[in-house]
Design a protein around this ligand. Structure first.
Ligand code: C2G
Length: 138
């Protein structure tokens, strides 16, 4: 029986922290399914994305560790996704540690270490404060 792993994320301004966790998630099983947060759902998460959903999900689909990418449009779809895709393990970065323990009723739940020193917010701030000629407003 193939082991299916499920995770979710915004994956805005895709960076090495995102790639590292996708590699680590795939190493947990055979099939990796990634729910990519829609722009509308991100507003509910209090996030304004730089890159639109259709581009973020196309990037995720192109990553060799990812087998299936689906839209994440609500907090509550996780349970139905777990059953729809016969998920063995839900896993996500440990910035969410404990937040999804209720899913242990349906599948294994694992929190993986994040990559230190990088985040989408940090990248956005770096771009804002950079004095690189290409970024200086004309
Ligand atoms: N991540 C990481 N290291 C970083 C940054 C992010 O391991 N330096 C991981 C996060 O822990 C998460 C994934 O990359 O597992 C995607 O991160 P975000 O795009 O910030 O996703 P988030 O907004 O946390 O969405 O319903 C769950 C939410 O949709 C999760």
């Amino acid at each position: 029986m193939k082991k299916t792993i499920l995770t979710y994320g915004t994956f805005d301004l895709f960076h090495i922290g995102h790639l590292n966790i996708l590699r680590n998630l795939k190493a947990l099983g055979d099939i990796l399914i990634v729910g990519v947060s829609t722009d509308e759902f991100n507003l509910q998460k209090g996030k304004k994305t730089a890159i639109p959903f259709h581009e973020r999900i196309e990037i995720i689909k192109s990553i060799k560790y990812v087998d299936i990418a689906i839209p994440e449009s609500t907090w509550d779809q996780k349970k139905s996704d777990i059953f729809e895709y016969s998920v063995s393990t839900f896993a996500i970065g440990d910035d969410w540690a404990g937040k999804f323990d209720h899913l242990k009723e349906y599948c294994q739940v694992i929190y993986l270490p994040r990559t230190e020193g990088i985040s989408t917010t940090q990248l956005k701030n770096k771009l804002k404060t950079s004095n690189h000629p290409s970024l200086i407003k004309r």
